[in-house]
Design a protein. Structure first.
Length: 319
């Protein structure tokens, strides 16, 4: 009987694999047919293939490990010559993959191949840059306003809503150091903008194994879509922004907020994690707010049309 699933059925590579030993698909293979195996592993076992293999359609070590785990879980062994499962896709394996995908497709169509986490970040870079540029515009306008009281007139439009500095950076709590904090914010957002402009060079997709080794929270099972090693961090880790398999599943505004958040960590300046909203957010001191990574996307998005205080982030993963 030919293969029945939409994913594998009618594909001459897999139809041959079902019938001939010489057509087995083995480590080292590369192409669209391997990408279909990646999709099946993701759908059936929630297995995330390494980003490099995913993007190139390669049957590398990560794919081989996924196939082996799939076969061990289902005890796919040819007893005539095997005592344990191997990591190739042969007759029995493609038959099992096809049968499971056929049943899965009755419920829902097969999803497209998983998006690379770094690509998902690059998709929202322009959005994060827009927010950052608007933040810099308002910071510079407010600095001019404070330097020349009465000399510059700003209209009452949301473009010049200086109350946002009190909402997100608690500027009203330390008027004595307001100029210094505004200078810091200008420097921080300028560095964030530079980081976004070179995102392709400073960011990486990481596997579960790498993320667990570099992030204790990830190792404990925490939902960590991205994390950063600052440029001025002791040389334990190479500086950069890492994206995990969880990042592509977030909504575009959430991804843009997390990207800006991680850029604020990456630039250094002792910008740490802190409250994202709620009473703890409002109770921060000016200095704590200026060094809270959550405040940077919150403020930047708030001063961008339509000028709403949305506070996108992990508390709003679907937005």
């Amino acid at each position: 009987m030919p293969l029945q699933s939409k994913l594998f059925g009618g594909d001459p590579v897999f139809e041959a694999c079902l019938l001939k030993d010489s057509a087995h698909i083995t480590p080292g293979a590369k192409g669209k047919h391997v990408s279909k195996i990646h999709t099946a592993l993701a759908v059936l076992d929630n297995y995330a293939v390494a980003a490099g293999e995913l993007s190139s359609g390669a049957y590398g070590g990560s794919t081989a490990a996924g196939v082996l785990a799939y076969k061990r879980k289902r005890k796919i062994i040819n007893p005539s010559y095997q005592t344990q499962a191997d990591n190739i896709v042969g007759k029995m394996t493609i038959a099992a993959l096809d049968a499971e995908m056929f049943e899965n497709e009755k419920v829902s169509p097969p999803p497209p191949p998983a998006k690379d986490p770094k690509d998902a970040a690059l998709e929202v870079r322009d959005r994060a840059l827009l927010w950052t540029n608007n933040a810099l515009r308002l910071i510079q306008a407010y600095r001019h306003f404070l330097k020349t009281p009465g000399g510059l007139i700003f209209d009452s439009s949301p473009l010049f809503d200086f109350t946002t500095f009190a909402i997100h950076f608690q500027m009203h709590k330390d008027r004595q150091n307001e100029f210094r904090y505004l200078w810091e914010l200008d420097q921080h957002y300028t560095s964030i903008r530079l980081s976004l402009s070179k995102l392709d060079a400073i960011s990486h997709t990481v596997t579960d194994e790498v993320a667990a080794a570099e992030s204790p929270d990830y190792a404990k099972g925490g939902f960590i879509p991205a994390y950063a090693w600052p440029v001025n961090y002791p040389p334990k880790m190479a500086p950069g922004i890492r994206f995990t398999k969880h990042f592509p599943n977030l909504g575009p505004n959430c991804r843009a907020a997390i990207l800006l958040h991680e850029c604020s960590h990456y630039i250094g300046h002792n910008i740490m994690d802190g409250p994202e909203k709620g009473p703890a957010y409002d109770a921060m001191s000016t200095d704590r707010a200026v060094h809270n990574a959550c405040c940077y996307p919150n403020f930047a998005e708030h001063v961008t049309p339509p000028f709403r205080d949305e506070r996108y982030g992990l508390s709003r993963p679907n937005d």
